[in-house]
Design a protein around this ligand. Sequence first.
Ligand code: NAD
Length: 505
Amino acid sequence: MPTQTTRSPATTSPVAAQAVAPQRLRNFIAGEPVDGVRGFDKTNPVDGSLLAVVHEAGAEQVDRAVAAARAALEGPWGRMSVADRARLLRRVADVIDRRAEELIAAEVGDTGKPETLARDLDVARASANFRAAADTVSAAGLDSYLTEMPDGRRALNYAVRKPLGVVAVIVPWNLPLLLLTWKLAPALAAGNAVVVKPSEETPSSATLLAEILVEAGVPAGVVNVVHGFGADSAGELLTSHPGIDGVTFTGESSTGSAIMRAVAPRVRPVSFELGGKNAAVVFADADLDAAVAGLARSSYLNTGQVCLCTERIYVERAIFDDVAAGLAEQARRLRLGRPEDPATTTGPLISQAHRDKVLAHLALAQEEGATVLAGGGIPALGGELDAGSWIEPTLWTGLENSHRTMREEIFGPVTSLVPFDTEEEAIALANDTEYGLAAVTWTSDLARGHRVAQRMRVGMSWVNTWYLRDLRSPFGGVGLSGVGREGGRHSLDFYTEPTNVCVQL
Ligand code: NAD
């Protein structure tokens, strides 16, 4: 395999800096870049150009990565105090902030998302994730009980938290750095060593983050990165490896199921953040402008490629036409374009393969009788952009919960509007899904907001807002949308094994 090239220094436009010869991205094991068994191409979704050749890890590299993580646990990292770990995480956050332009370039290159979004959401959240994990672990207390038994014996019971050990961190392509650091930061805060497998679609920011961790002083081997695909590649090699002590995964529900099978023989703990088919419910008493703006954001942010996006919107009949007209207008106003243009609101889908999947859903919706209110196909953007994986922000009506389009996750900028008449009906429609990640309720009635939010069968229920996150609050889903919760102390609960010590007094 060819050797790794260096990155271009950041300029005022990180994306312009990225527009150079394809990079060669290697695995990162025990503090060193490591060749893979073969290379695969990563193309730019904006215009289809070749961005990078990525070294795919084989069995030998995955073995080495797991062994390096194990060795790190046995070394100084395994003995580092909580205070020192927290200090180190804050230093990582500082280096992320300092090298933000490079990270933005990496993220924008791989995903084609607007530079403004990468700056304000992805990279800002990456450093915030490290600071939040440092805060959480610094403030974490211990369970302790003074025990009095019926026969008069007395004991002090207390729990100590130990790291899980070697944690496999497997992440998707939609918010690559945000979702990676969401898991990596608390895993490190808890004292684990990790092997990261980023998505084959977004290898760049994870590779750069590995460099950043070294610069901040994270010891070699504590974080290792292996590149490749899922089944029959680095992902499966890692999740079925006997040397891992747990898996934290974000991605499709069907992949979660495959990973569960891979770890089942050795009964390892898993934390899964999976797919969704999220509902919004809009009552006639809602602030219409705020609701329409919020629905546009929850349907089209990141080209609809956020697990929390709403693909089903139920609207009380009295305001159905107003919401439909307002949201269609918002969809049409979105500006598709090059990521470095500050006026761009919406990038392409991640790949041609993903666009084919979304287009298949567009065709299916037509067959099922949908009426298109906005979008519905491939935009004509002209020039080199026509080789990218662009799609129009789309809005439908005319579908019902029985239609496949209303049941399967599409993961693109497409959403359906359906009318309802009563609160009971709205709740029933929203909960009529095998998924259960997030829901949104739009209403000006305070009691109704609480009432409906609590009855949503989901992990996260918003009222009059969407994707407003406090990093300490629990994040996760029910049903097909996941197993477990992360965020604040919930993350610590997954990334540690509490051990009870009982001392008779
Ligand atoms: P994906 O499941 O195809 O891939 C995710 C990761 O898993 C990638 O790194 C991939 O290489 C790896 N992988 C795939 N098959 C594997 C296997 N058999 N063994 C081990 N690893 C394997 O998901 P995606 O297409 O990258 O991401 C989109 C999906 O992620 C959507 O379903 C979306 O809803 C979901 N998602 C969920 C959340 C959440 O927090 N709930 C957040 C973001 C994305």
